[in-house]
Design a protein around this ligand. Structure first.
Ligand SMILES: Nc1ncnc2c1ncn2[C@@H]1O[C@H](COP(=O)(O)OP(=O)(O)OP(=O)(O)O)[C@@H](O)[C@H]1O
Ligand SMILES: [Mg+2]
Length: 150
């Protein structure tokens, strides 16, 4: 499988399959003998046991899996950080860590939080801006299937 060395896996909404997709990519790349790091810049929902890194490790086997910031409530980064009283990192800090991981692994798979328009810090920096700052990034992005609610 040929991919650029840094891939951002994102998708509009929560629970749409970003983690499962990231795990599948990691598994396929590792089966090809490639070293893979997974990076989750912002993990929300720790209070309910959410850990995408743990889930990817469970699905894909041992690999480098790291969260940038871990927030307690299962909310978007900005409100979750506000409830925790945490200052979110600058986008440049996330990007710097990804570059470091890219220096020591064949591939870095970055799992987003929600879709490309989710705000990542109080200055309204968004995934699409962050992705543009990493020229080798490829985006895997999709919309969830429409939900019918009676
Ligand atoms: N292709 C699929 N077919 C069936 N079920 C799936 C598929 N992809 C994901 N799921 C299921 O949907 C649920 C949510 O998937 P996943 O955790 O990958 O979503 P996510 O987008 O990473 O969510 P989050 O926003 O919390 O990070 C999980 O229970 C997973 O097993
Ligand atoms: Mg996930």
């Amino acid at each position: 499988m040929k991919l650029p060395p840094i891939v951002l896996v994102t998708g509009t909404d929560t629970g749409v399959g970003k983690t499962v997709t990231t795990a599948a990519l990691a598994s396929a790349l590792q089966a090809d003998g490639r070293s893979v790091a997974v990076y989750k810049p912002c993990q929300s929902g720790a209070v309910t046991g959410d850990s995408d890194c743990a889930e990817i490790t469970r699905l894909a086997g041992p690999l480098t899996a790291e969260a940038g910031v871990v927030l307690q409530e299962p909310l978007a980064p900005v409100p979750a950080a506000a409830l925790d009283g945490v200052t979110l990192p600058q986008l440049a800090a996330y990007a710097a860590r990804v570059r470091e991981l890219a220096g020591t692994h064949d591939y870095v798979l970055v799992e987003g939080s929600g879709g490309l328009l989710v705000e990542l810090d109080p200055t309204a920096a968004r995934w699409r801006i962050w992705a543009a700052a990493l020229p080798v990034t490829r985006l895997l992005w999709w919309l969830p299937a429409p939900r019918w609610e009676p």
